[in-house]
Design a protein around this ligand. Structure first.
Ligand code: FES
Length: 92
């Protein structure tokens, strides 16, 4: 089963909080490059809303992995660590 890093990149209308412009797009761009560089078996999926817009940028590791709220570029090592651990757990 593939492990997927699901990142909200939604840009909602008006001044509603949304993940894309508050850092979700930048996170997705950076993580996409890092996964390729590492030859990671994980997929990256950009989605439009995880339903928790006030806590964004939001991302989650699927299936059944941890969720990150208010995610920041500085958390990328932590996110990649959680991803590696989840891949190991799911394949073990
Ligand atoms: S805009 Fe990201 S969770 Fe809704």
């Amino acid at each position: 089963m593939n492990v997927t890093l699901v990142i909200c990149v939604n840009s909602r209308v008006g001044d509603q909080p949304s993940c894309g412009p508050s850092g979700g797009e930048a996170l997705a761009d950076r993580l996409e490059i890092l996964l390729k560089e590492r030859n990671s078996p994980a997929l990256l999926e950009r989605i439009l809303c995880l339903g928790q817009c006030w806590e964004g940028p939001n991302l989650r590791i699927a299936p059944r992995g941890p969720v990150f709220h208010h995610a920041k570029l500085e958390q990328i090592p932590e996110i990649l660590q959680a991803l590696e651990e989840h891949i190991a757990k799911m394949s073990g």
